[in-house]
Design a protein around this ligand. Structure first.
Ligand code: SAH
Length: 366
């Protein structure tokens, strides 16, 4: 039983059941006990490994994607580059390093980091100590976007494995309609369990394809993802720019639950270790891109990560890096390539999608 378990049990006994999304918010970002507030989740010793931590090639190719876009946008004199959930700061560091090939673009960058975790913000600040340009840390996307509101400047936004960390609500179909899944306390063993809201949820607008879903089907909705995407899309529409999102996810309105908990590279029950296990859910890219379309942006993808990286030239990158590598390092580069692009590894499950203000630009990678 974790300290957060105790806190949640008290809270539920006092105020009644909470939604799955409130549970997730508490587990991930409770100011005292939250997972992202206390843990350093990354790497072989942590709970999971992300693409930028597997290989520098990932960030370098995203850097080239951004550079290509900047050239096609006729070199805006200033670019606010906002990263959502930068983790250890590795992705941004790899982007900045590869921009040695286009220093004019690097000099045009002002960096913004959106990070909820004070611990990770500290790590990121350390990693960017020597970056000469402007850099600011924000706790919310809204704050970063407000710092980037100038008519003749542009905004690029990147996010790798950010949206999967945002809370989801779950709804389950029963005889009378869709009920929200809630978290309550089991009176027998005082543990956390799932229950359905006593009455169906009224007025939730369901996509047509889900109306005929079978009894007991579950759907997941991330209101926070919708909210953040809407803010980003409105911003890009008004001030120009682009956003590139990479995450594991799917591209349809569909049923099925994906919420999962991982600790030490192993799955655990979602209520087992709040505050110590990473909770995440697959991302609905269809919803994200539908919001972009509603805001009249051009949308790209989602394509599989393996295809995106291949299109961006990961094979050439492997050749260049291998030239100056020792045999052991060469082996590591090939292992990393396999993990990033192979369909059995991250290549197919992870998707890449983008939105951009200028409809005439041919965007690389898609
Ligand atoms: N992009 C990094 C880290 C991914 S993990 C990488 O690819 O390695 C998720 C990141 O999002 C962490 O930095 C976490 O602290 C941050 N995060 C999670 N929820 C957040 C929220 N609600 N607001 C801001 N940052 C959040």
């Amino acid at each position: 039983m974790t300290a957060l378990n105790d806190h949640l049990i008290k809270l539920i006994k006092l105020h009644g059941p909470i939604s799955i999304s409130s549970y997730m918010t508490e587990a991930m970002t409770n100011p005292k006990f939250g997972y992202y507030i206390n843990q350093n989740p990354f790497g072989t010793k942590g709970d999971f490994i992300t693409a930028p931590e597997i290989s520098q090639m990932f960030g370098e190719l995203i850097g080239l994607w951004l550079a290509d876009l900047w050239l096609k946008m006729d070199r805006p004199y200033k670019v606010h580059l906002i990263e959502l959930g930068p983790g250890k700061g590795t992705l941004m560091a790899d982007i900045i390093r590869v921009l040695d090939v286009l220093p004019e673009f690097r000099d045009a960058l002002e960096l913004h980091f959106v990070e909820a975790s004070p611990k990770l913000s500290q790590l990121q600040k350390q990693a960017f100590k020597s970056f000469a340009g402007n850099k600011t840390w924000h706790q919310t996307v809204k704050s970063a976007l407000s710092a980037a509101q100038t008519d003749d400047e542009t905004t690029f936004i990147i996010a790798n494995e950010f949206f999967d960390a945002l809370p989801v609500r779950q709804f389950q179909k029963a005889e009378l309609g869709w009920h929200e899944r809630m978290v309550t306390v089991n009176s027998e063993d005082n543990g956390l369990i799932t229950m359905l809201s006593p009455f169906p949820v009224q007025g939730e607008k369901l996509p047509e394809s889900l109306k005929t879903a079978e009894l007991h089907s579950v759907i997941e909705v991330s209101s926070m993802t919708d909210y953040i995407t809407q803010q980003i899309a409105e911003h890009i529409k008004q001030f120009s720019g682009a956003a590139l999102f990479i995450d594991y996810g799917y591209n349809e309105y569909r049923t099925g639950e994906t919420l999962q908990a991982v600790e030490n590279h192993k799955y655990v029950g979602i209520y087992d270790r709040p505050g110590f296990a990473d909770l995440s859910a697959h991302v609905n890219f269809k919803k994200i891109l539908d919001i972009a379309t509603l805001n009249q942006l051009k949308t790209l993808g989602p394509v599989c990560q393996g295809n995106f990286l291949s299109d961006m030239g990961i094979a050439e990158r492997v050749k260049i890096l291998s030239k100056s590598a020792l045999p052991d390092q060469r082996k590591n580069i090939l292992t990393a390539l396999n993990r990033l692009v192979s369909p059995e590894e991250m290549g197919t499950l992870f998707k890449v999608a983008a939105m951009i203000s200028n409809h005439d630009i041919e965007v690389a990678g898609f």
